[in-house]
Design a protein. Sequence first.
Length: 219
Amino acid sequence: MSLKDFYSRKLVAVVAFALGLSAAGYPLHYRSERLKKELAELDKTNNSLKEENDRLRYINSLSVEFSMDPLIVTLVDQYSRQYLNHSAPEWRLLKTPEFLTYVMLSLIYAESKGDAGAVGDGGKARGLTQIWVSTARDYGNVSADQLLDPETNIAYSFKHFHELLKKYRGNLAMVLYAWNRGPGTVDRLLLYGQSPENGYGKRVYQASLDNNRRFALGE
């Protein structure tokens, strides 16, 4: 049933209810209050359905843009909304959950193109984000095979991403370098006055540009 049909049927029901009360001889004040209540409930339902419809359109648009399973997009969006905390200083540059979702989807696209079963670096890197097994184990007891599960991979990746954000005080570029090269390597380079830039940040940004281009051209 379409939203239009739903609202039409609901409105007919409300009008029929009001006419029925009138025919039954109920006091006008009573009929008015009941009608207001019905209309308020209809408005609340309307808003809820609109919000859900907007959310589904948002998930679908990202799924198309990144050529990625809607389940993966939904999981990333859920974790983005769970983690983003405006009161914590490390989130100062990631102002909205939508922006965080976009960054993480770009990272996933750059690392695995959305392949949950991807394995790299001689078996050390696993799943969607190619998080290393040893890195994931810093945050809990998890096996290499478990990291091939999309939700497990995304959960541990957000834990690591958040820790890197705190370590580098919200500097997103540094977080991306550390994600790719490891924080130990990045810290050593900084200690000796060298740049940790290795093209990875540009690679993630390019993933965003490529997806935007394909989405715009309908490829």
